[in-house]
Design a protein around this ligand. Structure first.
Ligand code: ADP
Length: 290
């Protein structure tokens, strides 16, 4: 025979198990309102069930909105591709015609702005796909040196134009430098940071890439002797479309660092930055070793 206290304990245990079950279902994303009959639940359980139902529905709504935004961005990218390519093509053809200096400048400006628009649309597609998880990253444990060389190669033409030297340094041998990363995307992230180092540095300076191994992470330091970033701007530079106050004379749309951070964090790494106005900037990119 069960006593009163035993019965109470059994009842409490049942409620506890059901609450726990609801939470487990919610965490696993399989919570269904219909799985729980309100007439069999206590007051607390009913409240719990209503709360979980509403949060499940809002999560579903957010998910649907994400899909709609994703499709919209893809549509915009598809629909603008042909007109944009045509604008670029015609402006190139116009540039080859004999034009007066004023018209020549206007055509150049049309081409420049169209290229910027094309870059912006591509970046938007990338960020939206990364955010929604449509773009998958495949991080693998492998050597790092080739990746650094590949990123430098991408940036070399621009560096040469400004007579900027890029040097890769490391205390360890090339073979010893290994990290876990997705080749294609990490190259893009590094390139964005390297490209900035060149863009925001005066001609004739040096950009140094240094690899520092730590116990859990491999740190890639990209150091320039450029214009630097004001302390109050540092927390903002990774924001989408943020551009520094003193960079309006340089081309850019303010998406590079946002994208780089997304890429690095998506594979378990992180980025840090320190800077001194007029003397230079140091980006530290940490990639996990395992
Ligand atoms: P963009 O270069 O197109 O403006 P980013 O997202 O790449 O956009 O960078 C955001 C801002 O961070 C830049 O506008 C600039 O103010 C600042 N920044 C980034 N890298 C550097 C750097 N190496 N030196 C100085 N400022 C930088």
């Amino acid at each position: 025979m069960y006593g009163r206290a035993d019965m109470k304990r059994i009842r409490t245990r049942k409620i506890y198990d059901r609450l726990n079950g609801m939470l487990d279902d919610a965490i696993a994303g399989r919570f269904k309102e219909t799985d729980y009959d309100e007439s069999e639940l206590s007051k607390l359980e009913v409240k719990w069930k209503r709360y979980l139902t509403s949060s499940f529905l809002s999560a579903q709504k957010i998910e649907n909105e994400h899909t709609v935004i994703q499709e919209l961005v893809t549509d915009i990218s598809h629909q603008t591709k042909t007109p944009l390519s045509n604008i670029l093509l015609y402006s190139q053809l116009l540039e080859e015609q004999p034009l007066n200096p004023e018209a020549e400048n206007m055509v150049k400006e049309i081409r420049k702005q169209s290229e910027k628009l094309e870059f912006l649309i591509q970046s938007l597609v990338k960020t939206s796909r990364l955010e929604s998880g449509t773009f998958r990253l495949y991080p693998e444990e492998k050597q790092l040196y080739a990746l650094l060389e590949g990123s430098v190669k991408y940036a070399e033409a621009k560096a040469r134009e400004k007579d900027i030297r890029i040097t890769i340094k490391s205390a360890d041998s090339k073979e010893a430098l290994r990290a876990v990363y997705d080749e294609k995307w990490t190259k893009e992230a590094l390139f964005n940071i390297l490209d900035n180092a060149i863009k925001y540095s005066p001609a004739g300076t040096e950009v140094i890439i240094n690899v520092i191994p730590y116990e859990m992470f491999l740190c890639i330091e990209i150091k320039d002797s450029g214009i630097g970033i004001e302390a109050d701007e540092i927390p903002k530079i990774f924001g989408r479309f943020y551009r520094g106050k003193n960079v309006s004379n340089k081309d850019g749309v303010g998406i590079g660092l946002y994208l780089s951070r997304q890429i690095i964090e998506a594979q378990g790494g992180y980025i840090k930055v320190s800077s001194q106005v007029s003397s230079g900037t140091r980006f530290l990119i940490y990639l996990p070793k395992k």
